[in-house]
Design a protein around this ligand. Structure first.
Ligand code: GLU
Ligand code: MG
Length: 416
């Protein structure tokens, strides 16, 4: 366990950002000077819960945020500041609706079953003109802009900084590309234990926004920043491992190299998909990304149906290889912690109940949609997804009723 005061002395840290992510995915923080860090780490930094999206009232006592040293990192662009994720409590009791807590509880549930959840996330984003909106790079206007080498390299000054930062942080970045929309990019880093990935995902959003600003751009993780262009996904690649570092999803004899356990997990994702959307696709714009064919590139690459395929990007779940499942449903508005928690909760239910996903479809669902009665459509709106979440008692019980009720209360605020 890292002692923050010692860390500050060793690394020349002047300030710590005590950070937490609220229910709407907004990242909040207090800056704590190194001289005060020992005391605040022990007692917690105080926040007025109502001032963030935590479903609390102005009359509630302080939320205390205590750092989790496992998440500690030094800002690569400002090395006198360290960032640390915190865990929230009120009067000594954990705040059950805090997203990081919701994920931790799900990971405990998995651990009790003998599983470690490992995941990677693909946090697509746009670089926009901060004053006028629209794609920042006016030269980036090909109708099929994916992998455009020139547009990628015009952003090299920013991308190299992001890559270098991730290397310094030990995330193992391994590729960057221009994505399928003008102005859209994706940087990939190596998968890890799910809480680590969620912390990284949360921090990546801050880091990308900060460094992009320094390069004169605004970042958008919005699910559909520009009508007519492909949206921002946040695809999640997940697998369950045992305590000996063995991937339990892999089975060389299984269909597409996956084990029966992986298929039960997949069936859980399909079974809970409508309610899952309330968390993986949490804003009205999420439903302008899903189920649309109207992009200049010719594809949205996002799903319309509750279905799965092999290495086929038109389905909600893709099986890229015999190691993992890719959930293509989630978008850039998903809360990094609730995304992982919801996926795990749904998957574990599939395992516990031994659900089967039914036959795989190898169809191009964009041109060849599932025959009537063979697959359900995804919710068409946030209203529909929230209604499904209210009715999905299994998912609610898994995520905790305190969280579910907090989410019921707050989420309709996003309907506008
Ligand atoms: N941007 C697409 C989406 O919204 C995904 C493109 C891809 O497969 O990388 O899901
Ligand atoms: Mg992508």
């Amino acid at each position: 366990m890292t002692d923050l005061a010692t860390f500050a002395a060793d690394r020349g840290i002047r300030h710590f950002l005590f950070s937490f992510t609220d229910l709407f995915g907004v990242q909040r923080a207090k800056l704590v000077p190194a001289a005060a860090v020992a005391e605040l780490a022990a007692n917690g930094a105080g926040f007025a819960g109502f001032a963030a999206w935590l479903a609390m009232t102005p009359a509630d006592p302080d939320v205390l945020a205590r750092p989790d040293p496992a998440s500690l990192l030094v800002l690569p662009w400002q090395r006198e500041v360290a960032w640390v994720a915190t865990d929230l409590s009120v009067e000594g009791v954990p705040l059950e609706q805090a997203p990081r807590r919701v994920l931790q509880r799900q990971l405990q549930r998995a651990a009790a079953l003998g599983f470690e959840f490992r995941s990677g996330v693909e946090a697509e984003f746009f670089l926009l003109d901060p004053l006028q909106g629209g794609v920042a790079d006016r030269l980036d206007h090909q109708p099929k802009p994916c992998y455009d080498q020139l547009a990628l390299m015009r952003r090299y000054p920013l991308i190299r900084e992001l890559m270098a930062a991730m290397e310094e942080l030990g995330w193992g970045p391994y590729q960057a590309d221009h994505e399928d929309a003008n102005g859209q990019f994706e940087l990939n880093w190596t998968y890890a234990e799910a809480l680590t990935t969620a912390d990284r995902h949360a921090f990546f959003k801050v880091m990308a926004a900060t460094l992009a600003e320094q390069h004169g751009c605004a970042v958008s993780f919005d699910p559909k920043p520009i009508a007519g262009l492909t949206g921002n996904g946040a695809h999640l690649h997940g697998s369950l491992w045992d305590g000996n570092g063995r991937n339990l999803f892999h089975d060389p004899c299984g269909e597409k190299g996956l084990s029966p356990l992986a298929y039960h997990f997949l069936a859980g994702l399909l079974a809970h998909a409508p309610a899952l959307c309330a968390l993986t696709n949490p804003v009205p714009a999420s439903y302008r990304r899903l189920a649309r064919a109207d992009t200049t590139s010719g594809s949205t690459w996002s799903p319309a149906w509750i279905s799965y395929g092999g290495n086929n990007r038109t389905h909600m779940v893709r099986i890229p290889d015999g190691q993992r499942l890719e959930l293509r449903l989630a978008d850039g508005a998903a809360n990094p912690y609730l995304l992982q928690a919801a996926v795990l909760a749904a998957g574990l239910d599939g395992i516990e109940r031994g659900l089967e996903p039914g036959p795989r479809s190898d169809a191009n669902t964009y041109t060849d949609p599932p025959a009537a009665g063979t697959a359900r459509p995804l919710p068409a709106s946030l209203e529909e997804a929230l209604a499904a979440f209210r009715q999905d008692q299994v998912l609610r019980d898994a995520l905790g009723e305190a969280f579910a009720q907090a989410y019921d209360t707050l989420a309709p605020r996003r309907l506008g």
